[in-house]
Design a protein around this ligand. Structure first.
Ligand code: PGA
Length: 252
């Protein structure tokens, strides 16, 4: 069976001191997380320090973004090779904040996905619809378009070394969680779309849910058959809350 993954996306939050305290809290309780794999995604500048602290622990490290380029004159960019060298296992690609606040489109996101894999990182590809898209009844079309951009550039085999996160944009940071049934419907749609190309890859693919996951709703979400863990924003900044999500039935 698929091993759940619970990944904390810290976004642009934290200081050295607050991150040390957060890691102390997570490490103090990680022994009680029996089955889920756990990862944290700090802001770039803190990645080396966090990776050093977490080396030899069960908690993996991811970055929140990666350049589509490998090296060279790309001011402000950070390459997959750099992230790999400083200890990242995962990298979030195509988060809705990148897509919607910084105008990153499907093709650009697919190139970032490819760049991550070129350097041995496991991309966590985020997909999800805006509120108006859900209201127009085009959720599946939007998610299919975002997924297909990666399938076309990288092929379905690439999903054997990747994770998908379904994050309805209207549920991110809003306190409005998708119901377990709403989330399950989209997760099943994603898995079926991959299955139409390769059943084995579809069965092994971890599809996380993200969007206002908390300890109070994690078990209901993670209990759905096609939900294999979560990408956690706000609640990952609180060690106790994050650990409670990692321990939720269905994730462990
Ligand atoms: P949230 O963020 O848990 O704060 O809604 C999730 C995400 O953006 O990955």
């Amino acid at each position: 069976m698929r091993q759940s993954l619970v990944a904390g996306n810290w976004k642009m939050n934290g200081t050295r001191a607050s991150i040390r305290a957060l890691l102390d809290g997570v490490l103090a309780g990680i022994g009680d997380v029996k089955h889920a794999e756990v990862a944290v995604c700090p802001p770039y500048v803190y990645v080396p320090e966090v990776a050093e602290r977490l080396a030899g622990t069960p908690v993996a490290v991811g970055a929140q973004d990666v350049s589509d380029q490998d090296q060279g004159a790309y001011t402000g960019e950070v390459s997959g090779a750099m992230l790999k060298e400083v200890g990242c296992t995962y990298v979030i690609v195509g988060h809705s904040e990148r897509r919607n606040l910084y105008g990153e489109d499907d093709a650009f996101t697919a190139r970032k996905f490819a760049a991550a894999q070129r350097h041995g990182l496991v991309p966590i590809l985020c997909v999800g619809e805006l509120l108006e898209e859900r209201e127009q009844g085009i959720t599946q079309q939007v998610v299919a378009r975002q997924l297909d951009a990666v399938l076309e550039l990288c092929g379905v085999e690439a999903l054997a070394r990747a994770v998908i996160a379904y994050e309805p944009v209207w549920a991110i940071g809003t306190g409005k969680t998708a119901t377990p049934e709403q989330a399950q419907e989209v997760h099943a749609f994603i898995r079926d779309r991959v299955r139409s190309r390769d059943a084995g890859i579809a069965d092994g693919l971890r599809i996380l849910y993200g969007g206002s996951v908390k300890a109070a709703n994690a078990a209901d979400l993670f209990g759905q058959p096609d939900i294999d863990g979560g990408l956690i924003g706000g609640a990952s900044l609180d060690a106790e809350e994050f650990l409670a999500i990692c321990r939720a039935p269905g994730a462990s």
